[in-house]
Design a protein around this ligand. Structure first.
Ligand code: EPS
Length: 397
C-alpha cells in the first residue's frame, strides 16, 4: 500500500511529507524533485509569491546515497516566506496582531471557523491554502519515478481557462511535455494559449479570478489496475477522489464524461480489436478513458479535472458577514493568484501518479524495485501468451 501524509501551513516554516510503501532501490534525484516543484510554480496568472518562492527542499528520511531504503521517505520544503511570518504564525503562546473576521465567500474560511471553533479565519486558511500541494508534488515525483520504471508516464495540459477552450483534437504525448510546460498557460494549442492569456489579463485588470479545466493523460498503464470487486477498489473512483481532494476542484470526468452520457450505447463505448504482434487488445477510441469496470484496460487513461475560480479576489465584491459584529460587509483581502489552473495540472498529474503507483504496488507487490519490475514484466508476458487453457478447452465464447 502506498500512503502519504503532509503537514504544514502556507506561511509556516516549512511543509513536510512522509511517503510510506515505496520499494527499496528506487533512484531519487534531488534535481528531479526540484524540477517538479518548479513545474508547479508555472503559469501566467500566478501571484507574486511564485516568483520569489524557491521551494528549497531537504530529504530527511528513507533515502541513502540516492536510493530509497524501503523505509518511510520524509521530505521537507522550506518556505522562504517564513521570516516575514515568524511572529504571526508562531507556534508559541501569544496572540496574532491581526484577526481576520470577514470570511471570503467560496473559501474554507467560514465553515472551518464554525467547525473548529475559531474566530480568526487565518486558523483555517493557512492549511486550506493550495501551498500544501507543493508537498504532494514532492511525493508524486517519487511515484512518477517508480512508474517510469514500469513504462508508465503521466502528463497534463490545460484545455479550458475561464471562457476560453482549446481544440483538443491532437493530444500531447510524453515527448510533448516540454512543449506544454513552455506554454504560458501549459496549453498544447498556441492559438488557444493566446486567448487564455488575454482572458487572464482582463480578469487581472478587474481584480477578478478565473477557473478552468486540465486533461490528465496516463500513457503505458498496464491492464488490470484497480478492480471491479469492491466499490473502494475501482480505479476511476480512486482517481476521482484523488482529483477532488485538490484545492478548488469542482468536477472530474473520466473519458468522455458528461458528453458520453448523451450518446446511445452503440456510440458510447470503445470497440475491441486484437493485435497479434503485441498480444494486446487495443481499443479504437478513448471514450471510456482507459477504464472499464473500475480497471485499467491497458489503453490511454484520460481524465478531466475542473477548477473553480479562486475564491480570493483582489477586488472583493461578493457580500459576506463579519463574524464578530454580524454586520454585512466585504471580505478581507489576501495576496492571491488570478488563476492557478496551469499549476493545478501539475498537481493533478501528481495525484494520478500516486493513485496509479499505489495500484501498481498493490498488484505487483515486492519490497524492492527489482521485485516489482520482475512481477510486472512476468504479468505482461503471461497476458500475451496463448489464451487461458480453460477458455481454449471450451472453445471461447
Ligand atoms: C494561496 C495564496 C497565495 C498563493 C498560494 C496559495 O499565497 P500567498 O498568500 O502567500 O501569496 O501563492 O500558493 C502557494 C504559495 C503555492 O506554493 O502554491 C491560497 O490562498 O491558496
Amino acid at each position: 500500500m502506498l500512503r502519504f501524509l503532509t503537514a504544514g501551513e502556507s506561511h509556516g516554516p516549512s511543509l513536510s511529507v512522509i511517503v510510506e510503501g515505496l520499494p527499496s532501490g528506487l533512484a531519487v534525484r534531488e534535481d528531479e524533485l526540484a524540477g517538479e516543484l518548479a513545474r508547479r510554480r508555472l503559469g501566467y496568472g500566478r501571484g507574486p509569491r511564485m516568483r520569489f518562492e524557491k521551494d528549497e527542499l531537504r530529504l530527511i528520511g528513507g533515502v541513502r546515497h540516492g536510493r530509497t531504503l524501503g523505509s518511510p521517505i520524509a521530505i521537507e520544503i522550506l518556505n522562504t516566506e517564513w521570516p516575514k511570518w515568524e511572529t504571526e504564525m508562531s507556534p508559541h503562546a501569544g496572540a496574532p496582531s491581526t484577526v481576520l473576521t470577514k470570511p471570503r465567500p467560496g473559501h474554507a474560511d467560514l465553515a472551518g471557523m464554525q467547525k473548529y471553533g475559531f474566530d480568526d479565519a487565518r486558523d483555517v486558511l493557512e492549511r486550506a491554502s493550495a501551498r500544501e500541494t507543493a508537498a504532494r508534488v514532492a511525493a508524486g515525483c517519487l511515484a512518477k519515478a517508480l512508474l517510469a520504471r514500469l513504462g508508465t508516464s503521466v502528463l497534463s495540459h490545460v484545455v479550458a481557462l475561464g471562457p476560453e477552450q482549446a481544440d483538443t483534437g491532437v493530444r500531447p504525448g510524453p515527448a510533448d511535455l516540454e512543449q506544454v510546460d513552455a506554454s504560458d498557460v501549459r496549453c498544447f494549442n498556441s492559438e488557444a494559449e493566446r486567448r487564455m492569456v488575454s482572458a487572464i489579463k482582463a480578469a487581472a485588470k478587474d481584480g477578478d479570478s478565473l477557473g478552468g479545466v486540465v486533461e490528465v493523460l496516463v500513457y503505458g498503464a498496464p491492464v488490470g489496475l484497480g478492480s471491479h470487486v469492491h466499490w473502494d477498489r475501482r480505479l476511476d473512483g480512486l482517481l476521482a477522489q484523488a482529483f477532488m481532494s485538490i484545492q478548488a476542484i469542482k468536477y472530474v470526468e473520466i473519458g468522455e464524461g458528461a458528453a458520453g452520457t448523451a450518446r446511445r450505447g452503440s456510440d458510447a463505448h470503445d470497440a475491441i480489436s486484437w493485435d497479434a504482434e503485441t498480444g494486446t487488445y487495443p481499443r479504437a477510441t478513448t471514450r471510456a478513458g482507459g477504464i472499464e469496470g473500475g480497471m485499467s484496460t491497458g489503453g490511454l487513461i484520460v481524465a478531466r479535472v475542473g477548477m473553480k475560480p479562486l475564491a480570493t479576489l483582489n477586488r472583493p465584491v461578493l457580500g459576506t458577514v463579519d463574524v464578530v459584529t454580524k454586520q454585512e460587509t466585504k471580505s478581507f483581502k489576501e495576496r492571491t493568484d488570478v488563476t492557478a489552473v496551469p499549476a493545478m495540472g501539475v498537481v493533478a498529474e501528481t495525484m494520478a501518479a500516486l493513485v496509479i503507483a499505489g495500484e501498481a504496488i498493490r498488484k505487483f507487490g515486492g519490497d524492492s524495485l527489482a521485485e516489482i519490475v520482475r512481477n510486472h514484466d512476468g504479468y505482461l508476458a503471461s497476458l500475451s501468451d496463448e489464451p487461458p487453457s480453460s477458455a481454449a478447452a471450451a472453445g471461447g465464447v
